[in-house]
Design a protein around this ligand. Structure first.
Ligand code: UD1
Ligand code: F6R
Length: 371
C-alpha cells in the first residue's frame, strides 16, 4: 500500500522519521537524576562481554548493507577501541580470507537472505568466530543462523533500492557501538551526546526531507547527464558510495562514489566544466580538508554541487560558484543518516524524470538469493 505516494521508493524515503523511531523504540534509555543515559539491545546483552574481548570486529555485507556498515565503522572503532575491518561478502568468500575464533563477525543484511552474505556466514561459523546478525527480517536465514543479533525493525521495504533500511542499519550499528563502549568512563560525555542526538534524529530527518522540491529542481538540471561523481570522506565516505549506488541503480546514470582523499591519485583527471560533482562537506573533523578539496575543484572549473551544514553556504562557495544544499547538523557519527536523504531524493526524482521504473530497476531483484 503506497498510501498518498506514487512509488514505494518515495514512500520509504519519506517514512524514515517513523522507521527510525521504530528502530530505536525500547533501545534508548533516558537516564534519570542519578542514572546515566544508556542503550539496550536485547539480542546482544548476553554477548557484549565476548564482543568486548574480541581481537577484531569484521563487518560483512553487500551493496547498501555494506555501505551502512562503512558509515558506522568510525564510531565503532572510536567507542570500542577494537580494530574494525570491512568485507564485501563475495570477496571474503572468494579469497577465503582469514577469520579467527577471536573475531566478532557482524553480518548486515536487510533481507537476511542474500546468498553471498549467507555463504560468508557459513564460512565464519566454520572458522569459529562469534557471528552477529543485523537484519530487517525476523525468521530470515541470517537471523536464524547467527549466534545473536539485532533486528532493525524498519518495517517491510518493497522498493528494490534500499532507503529506510540503510538509515536504520546505521542507527542500530551506532547503538551497537554505544553498547560495546558502555563500560568506558572516559567516553561517557560523548556517548550521552550521541544518545541525545538519537532521540532528536527523527525530527532532523523530517527537516531534511523538506529539501524534496530543491532536489527535484536539481534532478531537472542533471536529467541529461552521462555521469555524476560524489566525493566524501570520513563519516561520509559511505554517503558518497551509497549516494552513487542509489543514482546508478535506479536512474541508470553512471555514478561513482569517491573517497575525497584519493582525488589527486586519479579522479582529478576527470574534472572539467561539464561533469557534475557532488561534494559532501558537512561540519566534522574533516571539514577543513573538504574545503581545500572544494577549492582545488573550483580551480579546475569543476561543476560543483556542495552539501554543507546549515549556515555554511558562504564558506563553501569561496573560490568559485557552485550550487549548495544545506542540511541540518547532528552529532558527526549520525550525520550520514541526514546526508543520504537528499541523495535518495535526487536519485528518486532523476529516475522519474528520466522515465525509468523506480521501484523495479531493470535487471535487479530485491533479494539476491543466487550467486
Ligand atoms: C525482542 C522482541 C520484540 C520485543 C522485545 C521486548 C522478537 C523478534 N523481538 O526484541 O518483539 O518487543 O524483545 O523486549 O521477538 N537475532 C539473531 N540474529 C539476528 C537478529 C536477531 O540471532 O540477525 C536474535 C537476537 O539475539 C535475539 C532475538 O533474535 O535473541 C531477537 O532480536 P531483537 O528482535 O533484536 O531483540 P529485542 O530488541 O530484544
Ligand atoms: C541497493 C540494494 C542492494 C542490497 C544488497 C544486499 O539499493 O538494495 O545493494 O543492499 O543486495 O541486500 P541485503 O541487505 O538484503 O543483504
Amino acid at each position: 500500500n503506497k498510501g498518498k505516494y506514487e512509488h514505494y521508493m518515495q514512500k520509504e524515503i519519506h517514512e524514515q522519521p517513523e522507521s527510525l523511531t521504530t528502530t530505536m523504540r525500547g533501545r534508548l534509555i533516558r537516564g534519570g537524576s542519578c542514572k546515566a543515559k544508556s542503550v539496550l539491545l536485547g539480542g546482544l546483552k548476553d554477548h557484549l562481554r565476548t564482543i568486548r574481548r574480541s581481537r577484531r570486529i569484521v563487518f560483512i555485507g553487500c551493496g547498501t548493507s555494506y555501505n551502512a556498515a562503512l558509515a558506522a565503522r568510525p564510531i565503532l572503532e572510536e567507542l570500542s577501541g577494537i580494530p574494525v575491518t570491512m568485507e564485501i561478502a563475495s570477496d571474503l568468500v572468494d579469497r577465503q580470507g582469514p577469520i579467527y575464533r577471536e573475531d566478532t563477525t557482524v553480518f548486515v543484511s536487510q533481507s537476511g537472505e542474500t546468498a553471498d552474505t549467507l555463504q560468508a556466514l557459513e564460512y565464519a561459523l566454520e572458522n569459529g568466530a562469534l557471528c552477529v546478525g543485523i537484519t530487517n527480517t525476523v525468521g530470515s536465514a541470517i537471523a536464524r543462523h547467527t549466534h545473536c543479533g539485532v533486528h532493525i525493525n524498519a518495517g517491510c521495504e518493497i522498493g528494490v533500492a534500499s532507503t529506510k533500511a540503510y538509515t536504520s542499519q546505521i542507527v542500530v550499528m551506532a547503538i551497537l557501538a554505544l553498547a560495546i563502549g558502555d563500560d568506558t568512563i572516559s567516553s561517557q560525555g560523548r556517548r550521552e551526546a550521541i544518545i541525545d542526538n538519537l532521540f532528536d534524529l527523527p525530527n532532523k530527518v523530517k527537516e531534511v526531507l523538506k529539501l524534496d522540491e530543491e532536489m527535484k529542481d536539481l534532478a531537472k538540471l542533471l536529467i541529461a547527464e552521462q555521469s555524476l561523481l560524489v566525493f566524501g570522506r570520513g563519516y561520509n565516505y559511505a554517503t558518497a558510495l551509497e549516494g552513487a549506488l542509489k543514482v546508478k541503480e535506479v536512474s541508470l546514470m553512471h555514478s561513482e562514489g569517491i573517497l575525497a582523499g584519493e582525488m589527486k591519485h586519479g579522479p582529478l583527471a576527470l574534472v572539467d566544466e561539464t561533469l557534475p560533482i557532488v561534494v559532501i562537506a558537512t561540519r566534522d573533523a574533516c571539514f577543513s580538508k573538504q574545503q581545500s578539496v572544494i577549492q582545488q575543484l573550483h580551480a579546475r572549473k569543476g561543476r560543483l554541487i556542495v552539501m554543507c551544514s546549515k549556515g555554511d553556504a558562504a564558506s563553501v562557495s569561496v573560490g568559485g560558484s557552485c550550487r549548495v544544499v544545506e542540511v541540518p547538523v547532528v552529532e558527526d557519527c549520525l550525520q550520514p543518516v541526514i546526508n543520504i536523504v537528499p541523495l535518495q531524493l535526487l536519485a528518486y526524482h532523476l529516475t522519474v524524470l528520466r522515465g525509468y521504473n523506480v521501484d523495479q530497476p531493470r535487471n535487479l531483484a530485491k533479494s539476491v538469493t543466487t550467486q
